[in-house]
Design a binder for this molecule. Sequence first.
Ligand SMILES: [Zn+2]
Length: 246
Amino acid sequence: MVPHIIDGHIHLHEYKHDEIREICRRKDLLLLAVSDDLNSSRKTLELGQECPNVFAAVGLHPWEVGDVENVNPILSKFTNMVKDPLTRAVGEVGLDKKFVPQTYEKQVLVFRFFASLAAETGKPLSIHAAGAWREVLEVLDELGVRKAVIHWFTGPLDLLEEIASHGYYIGVNAALKIQRKMREVVKAAPLEIMITESDGPYNYRGLRLGPHMIPEVIKFIAEAKGVDEVEVRRVIHRNFMSLFTS
Ligand SMILES: [Zn+2]
């Protein structure tokens, strides 16, 4: 049997009803659906129940942190949500010094909160780390997080070894069609730490990302690693499933 295609990071809650239905019906696809805030986390949890191919993640995106006036009441709501058995992962959470450096201090507080909960519950983290690649790894290390995916990894290549040695993963996506750094990462990283993702429906420089682009990513990885596409799918499927086993 050919292993499932993995979409390890999608904002499924942002799609239109019809598109969600189409994605949820696919038997060849497994997805990790991430959230951006409290409302989308609730919606994603519902999608996790409705769609047998969806693992639901809850979290507060670093881009949303600035809009939250008082973080503590929000975070206490997230405590119960993360511990809910329907919640399979925590994300999208993280740190961003590139696009929203002005809220960095608050981001650190929020990210440490989610990382501690992930360490406590054993649930994996789906992490946004733009411009804060090292900083994110330092927090994971300090708080003893065991399972994490650094989504859309385009950080320094010399961090790949550290990521691998901790048993963490990187998310690779179809941005590689136009983003040279993503292609360099795929060439440099071992297949054993990669998880394919869409980050859909994000629009990256005119490219509306989505799960339909993942076969192209798999093809690129297969060529870069000199293995066939079924083998790429097999390894990435194994990487993904290891997030959910203790
Ligand atoms: Zn995302």
